[in-house]
Design a protein around this ligand. Sequence first.
Ligand code: ADP
Ligand code: DP6
Ligand code: CO
Length: 330
Amino acid sequence: MTDARTVFDRHLPDQLPTPQPATAYAPSNIALSKYWGKRDKALNLPLNSSLSISLRDWGSTTRISPSSTDEVWFQDRLLPADDPFADKVLRFANRFRRDQMMPLKIETSNTIPTAAGLASSASGFAALTMALVQAFQLDLPDDTVSMFARLGSGSATRSLWHGFARWERGHANDGTDSFARPLEVRWPAFRIAIIPVDTGPKSHSSRDGMNHTVATSPLFGAWPAQAESDCTAIQNAVQDQNFQTLGQLAEANALAMHATMLAARPALSYLKPESWQVLETLWTARHEGLAAFATMDAGANVKLILEASSAADVKAIFPQSRLIAPFDPL
Ligand code: ADP
Ligand code: DP6
Ligand code: CO
């Protein structure tokens, strides 16, 4: 049976070199076509492909240095060894090191709210993977780095780059064909607006919410095929830079994902009354001509998709929104 350790074994040298200090940044990403449901929980193999846009300077920076004992620092604070955040980071590093005694100091910080449905697991595990690869001076293809990042968190496959990325679900049982690649599309006018509703940590992780939905929602059966065809249609709309088609498909895809959760038993709702208020306001404004669409993940915050020409209108309607220009240079 393939587990995460076997995957690392297959792609890494038996004996890793002495680690060097290394720092990596990865942007967070928002899926325009969602990953929701796994066919293999140990390997984070998805039931459907997904497509995302990265959030430029909203993301994670991770620094790795040799140390006398393992330490995990988050936002400049040393975490106790039994902290669940530290535990998840060290479990990933242990599989990568495969029992070779190379104690590491791992320092990470987020410019996004953590565990709030803004994909901190995506930027966090992408930055951790890139920092480990650099620290051990490994020269690996991007496909392999993306596959490694997947073992930490599925959405991390798509966070190695800026711009749009597509994570191909793949078909192999060992996951060797399940990784993301960037799309060769530059869309300078493309914008994301984050509308904060609740930036505190959620009560159910994306992982638990996803597994609960797959296990109990009678609507989940309709999801994988619909999501796969949405992903293809959304990729075509991105490639054609067809904003209306992209926006309509992305909003419908997000709402269909939330419908599977609402039908779970017991029901799961990451959206709060304020999230629905944002949607009502958006739908009214759209009826009056605003060209903006919404997408929501496993959290209450709403993200709008728009083009630069609508930015002033969006700001007037949602003064609390934070605008991101994904294609501006950092
Ligand atoms: P989100 O919507 O923020 O992705 P998840 O429930 O998917 O929420 O994942 C949150 C988890 O991701 C955190 O509890 C932590 O385990 C992990 N995580 C967040 N930031 C980082 C980071 N910088 N480095 C490593 N892991 C991180
Ligand atoms: C709703 O990648 O956080 O944001 O693979 O279990 O770590 P794990 O889950 P995660 O799930 C993200 C779910 C989503 C949709 C998406 O980002 O595609
Ligand atoms: Co996540």
